[in-house]
Design a binder for this molecule. Structure first.
Ligand SMILES: *Cc1c(COP(=O)(O)O)cnc(C)c1O
Length: 361
């Protein structure tokens, strides 16, 4: 996996940031983390950000700070990184899978509604591939049923729904800064954003052994702290995130406008361009295997996100009784992610388009 590489001035700034941390002698949950938390909260339109160890922990800590645990059901999508589902399991709740909308691959609110029971306590909405999911209809559903909306924003840094940044719409947003995400650290890192002071302080407690004051443990917490080096790097990279995001949008627009093969269908482009940050540019094809081999022969790397939907993962041990999710299954069989990151040159993008347009199954 390649990390996002910025201009040399960024590398210089990162090296300076690292030496600042090394010279401070302070490595975990210090001033760099607090500074990044403040900036990230502001960028996300939230009052608080709480830095944690990774995206999966952000979801677990977020759910636990909402009081979700044993016996509770959490509705989510099977078309996601398995970490979304593991986080639900880790807090003691049962993941319940709803189906996706075929044109976007994000959760279908009608399917979500059909999965609600008296035990449903939360919905984890994944803003898949960088596009804001249907927060308005899910919020309405949550309000009428007393269910909490949690946003998995691991793929959607700076995406917006109407004028609201994702991660500020539900009770909380969970973020990953894994190196390949739109904003990536140089190792594992994550955060929770929220405007609820109770959720913020409980999350801070949970990330640090559940302690309120030093050596006083009110809840059984985790060890999931953001470290100073990652926070310092993230603060430097954050300065480039708007430009990187704009570059992703330019590349995506080019793909949307120029892919001509009748055998390759990009997912539906959103009406509001601000709502999508193109973490991935995903197409679907009835000839996915052949298409992938064709691209590979021309040295164009593609990946499938995701070939095995979460409800069919062996780790869940429920394969025999796996729920029927026809749109999810269909998407998993056809989807393919084309190269889409700010490091691509115009020539790279043109080449991907040319190779894709030459595809004959
Ligand atoms: C990457 C990702 C996660 C997990 O983040 P980590 O930092 O790798 O733990 C969770 N959900 C989604 C949708 C992701 O893409």
């Amino acid at each position: 996996m390649t990390d996002v590489v910025g201009p040399s001035s960024l590398v210089d700034a990162e090296i300076l940031a690292c030496s600042r941390v090394l010279q401070s002698g302070y490595y975990v949950l210090g001033a760099e983390v607090e500074a990044f938390e403040r900036t990230w909260a502001a960028r996300c339109g939230s009052r608080f950000a709480v830095g944690v160890g990774n995206g999966m922990d952000a979801i677990e800590i977020g759910l636990r700070s909402l009081g979700i645990g044993d016996g509770d059901e959490v509705i989510t999508t099977a078309m996601t990184a398995f970490a979304t589902v593991l986080a639900i399991l880790r807090c003691g709740a049962a993941p319940v899978f709803a189906d996706i909308s075929p044109d976007t691959a994000v959760l279908d609110p009608n399917s979500v509604e059909s999965k609600i029971t008296e035990n449903t306590k939360a919905i984890v909405l994944v803003h898949l591939y960088g596009q804001a999911g249907p927060v308005d209809s899910l919020l309405a559903l949550c309000e009428s049923r007393n269910i909490k909306l949690v946003e998995d924003c691991a793929q959607a840094h700076l995406a917006r729904f109407d004028d609201r940044p994702v991660g500020s719409i539900g009770m909380l947003g969970a973020w990953s800064f894994y190196p390949t995400k739109n904003l990536g650290a140089v190792g594992d890192a994550g955060a929770i954003t929220t405007s609820d002071s109770h959720i913020a302080s409980l999350s801070k407690q949970l990330r640090n052994y559940g302690q309120s004051n030093r050596y006083e443990h009110d809840v059984p917490g985790l060890n999931s702290r953001l470290d100073e080096l990652q926070a310092a790097i993230l603060s430097e990279r954050l300065k480039y995130l708007t430009a990187w995001t704009e570059r992703r949008r330019v590349i995506a627009r080019k793909y949307q406008d120029s892919l001509e093969s009748p055998h390759i269908s990009p997912l539906t482009a959103p009406v509001d361009p601000e709502s999508h940050v193109y973490h991935l540019f995903v197409v679907s094809s009835d000839h996915r295997l052949e298409l992938q081999a064709h691209m590979e022969r021309a040295d164009v790397q593609t990946i499938v996100h995701y070939p095995v939907p979460a409800h069919r993962q062996f780790a869940l041990g429920t394969t025999a009784g796996a729920p029927k999710l026809p749109a999810t299954e269909a998407h998993a069989a056809r989807c393919l992610s084309l190269p889409c990151h700010p490091g691509l040159s115009d020539e790279d993008v043109d080449r991907v388009i040319d190779v894709a347009n030459e595809f004959r199954p």
